[in-house]
Design a protein around this ligand. Structure first.
Ligand SMILES: [Fe+2]
Length: 142
């Protein structure tokens, strides 16, 4: 599966959130590479857990920044629902992990890849003009 390579076209006009998106992409690339190399479920599971943890952190920060940037409440709510759905989905994969055969893993990687890129390019872009001029330095970059 092809690696995702960061492009300026993915920028949401917040250096902080762009940085987090880049980290997310890196973790996801690691996940897909581990699967493609057939490194086994164990190593991919470790990366999946890292992805769960980082995704939660990122969604929290992103939602906080959207709120501060006065992103319209209705849209914010819909956006948070998307985050919630994805978080549940990744959790579910974590829980079911031991029952998956090796052949099921590439599909999970592909789903996560498509979800993330679709989410950044469609949903996240909607808040870009709101966060563009907001001071995000209060969030500590990780
Ligand atoms: Fe988002």
């Amino acid at each position: 599966m092809g690696k995702i390579v960061w492009s300026k076209d993915y920028s949401v006009q917040s250096e902080y959130l762009d940085h987090q998106h880049q980290n997310l992409i890196n973790i996801l690339n690691d996940f897909n590479q581990a699967i493609a190399r057939g490194e086994g479920k164990k190593s991919a599971y470790t990366i999946l857990n890292r992805l769960v943890q980082y995704t939660e952190e990122h969604f929290r920060d992103e939602e906080k920044l959207m709120e501060i940037a006065r992103f319209p409440a209705e849209q914010l709510h819909a956006h948070m629902k998307e985050h919630e759905k994805l978080t549940e989905e990744i959790f579910r994969h974590g829980e079911n992990w031991s029952s998956y055969g090796k052949e099921a893993l590439p599909e999970i990687g592909l789903f996560l890849k498509e979800w993330l890129m679709e989410h950044i390019l469609t949903s996240d872009m909607k808040y870009s003009k709101y966060v563009a001029n907001v001071d995000d330095t209060f969030l500590s970059v990780k």
